[in-house]
Design a protein around this ligand. Structure first.
Ligand code: PMP
Length: 429
């Protein structure tokens, strides 16, 4: 049988750079052809060859209810029948804003956008406009979308200003971003002592999910809060991934640290393009048309995306939803760790709510430097063994994984049985 994934990938590369519309999809680090999906149902997705996979990517986080949840699909279909876009206000947007501000108590006001990148980019502009300062602090290994100020890596020395981490980002832009080490509270204090009155904002993933998964040291998050308060900087929690993924209270509720601003996307759109940024009223009132900081979007608050988001946010409030999701995700991680031990593999795993990290490293990492120590060759072998058995994990050793409410205990057990064989093959290789 011909492999339609390979054929399509060859065709895709003719007119789409790298054959993909977002780089990590290209399977560059694990090798092989990406799977081209045709349909999804619950925890499973089917590719163009007709092969079905148990999906632990879930569109990189949004699909907390699984693929094509009937109530989400029905809401989107109903919204579509009424018109795809108006470029004018709708009642659904008001409902969603009310709901987000109720569920995330640190948000007095919120504005809807169409992606996580837009949410973080806008939040940063607003923080700069609000404070009248330029300097931004971010952390190595955290990803906040692809706007210029955020595609920055650490400079040559501690507490120096950043360098572009992508072509096309002017050094003049990157120099306004300072990149520090995740989970290093002392370094944050030093940075504020040296530059505090120039810092507009600190942006952080309160649980990092873009350098595999890194759990925060609670003292790190409380130090960020204390320094921002002391020096008048805006603390932005980028909860694009963690929002309604680690719990109904988001990471800020889970760790008990209140940011000034929050960015959201992924789960709040239920699989449709939807993001949001919100926070304190005095900050949000600086946005146009109320204030001098400009931000806009032709498709912002799109009725289909809002419809998907409203249903998703209703269903995740069901009693026991997160307890069940967290338990299944934790079972997956503890099961994988036990099996790796049985087969003598250097491996660790952990979860926070419905997101998880798998590491070919003895201990769970604390920061980006630790993550780089993971054995990526072992990961790739594990990834391909699982893929061949019908289990779709993120095609990179540096990404977090996601469990949905549609994953059953039997799915987790089947995954562990397949992993037993995969780890066994790794050990005998
Ligand atoms: N922030 C975080 C924490 C993310 O994980 C992502 C995407 N993975 C983004 C921002 C960017 O979101 P988008 O891809 O929707 O632009």
């Amino acid at each position: 049988m011909s492999d339609r994934n390979t054929t399509l990938f060859e065709r895709a590369r003719r007119h789409i750079p790298g054959g993909v519309n977002s780089p990590v999809r290209a399977f560059r680090s694990v090798g092989g052809a990406p799977r081209f999906f045709v349909s999804g149902n619950g925890a499973r997705a089917t590719d163009v060859n007709g092969d079905e996979y148990l999906d632990y990517v879930g569109s990189w986080g949004p699909l907390i209810l699984g693929h094509a949840h009937p109530e989400v699909v029905a809401a989107v279909q109903a919204a579509a029948a009424d018109g795809l876009s108006f470029g004018a206000p709708t009642e659904g947007e008001v409902e969603l804003a009310d709901l987000l501000c109720r569920l995330v108590p640190s948000m007095d006001m919120v504005r809807l956008v169409s992606s996580g990148t837009e949410a973080t980019m806008s939040a940063i502009r607003l923080a700069r406009g609000y404070t009248g300062r330029d300097l931004l602090v971010k952390f190595e290994g955290c990803y906040h979308g692809h706007s210029d100020s955020l595609l920055v890596k650490a400079g040559s020395g501690l507490l120096t200003f950043g360098n572009p981490s992508s072509g096309g980002v002017p050094a003049d832009v990157a120099k306004h971003t300072m990149v520090l080490d995740y989970n290093d509270a002392a370094q944050v204090e030093q940075a504020f002592a040296a530059h505090g009155n120039k810092i507009a904002a600190v942006i952080v993933e309160p649980v990092a999910g873009n350098m595999n998964l890194i759990a925060p040291d609670p003292a790190f998050l409380t130090t960020l809060r204390a320094c921002c308060t002391q020096y008048g900087a805006v603390l932005i929690f980028d909860e694009v991934m963690t929002g309604f993924r680690v719990g109904l209270e988001c990471a800020q509720g889970r760790y008990g640290v209140t940011p000034d601003m929050t960015t959201l996307a992924k789960v709040i759109g239920g699989g449709m393009p939807l993001g949001a940024f919100g926070g304190r009223r005095d900050i949000m009132e600086k946005i146009a048309p109320l204030g001098p900081v400009y931000q806009a979007g032709t498709l912002s608050g799109n009725p289909l995306a809002v419809a998907a988001g409203l249903v998703t946010l209703r269903l995740i409030q069901a009693p026991g939803f997160y307890a069940d999701l967290s338990r299944k995700t934790a079972d997956l991680c503890s099961g994988l760790s036990q099996l790796a031990r049985k087969h003598g593999q250097v491996f660790s795993a952990q979860s926070v709510g419905g997101m998880f990290g798998l590491y070919f490293r003895a201990e769970c990492p604390q920061n980006y430097a630790d993550v780089l120590e993971c054995d990526t060759a072992a990961f790739s072998r594990f990834f391909h063994a699982m893929l061949a058995a019908g289990y779709y994990f993120a095609p990179s050793a540096y990404e977090a994984g996601f469990v949905s409410a549609a994953h059953t205990d039997a799915d987790i057990a089947a995954t562990l049985a397949a992993a037993d064989a995969a780890f066994g093959r790794l050990s005998s290789a």
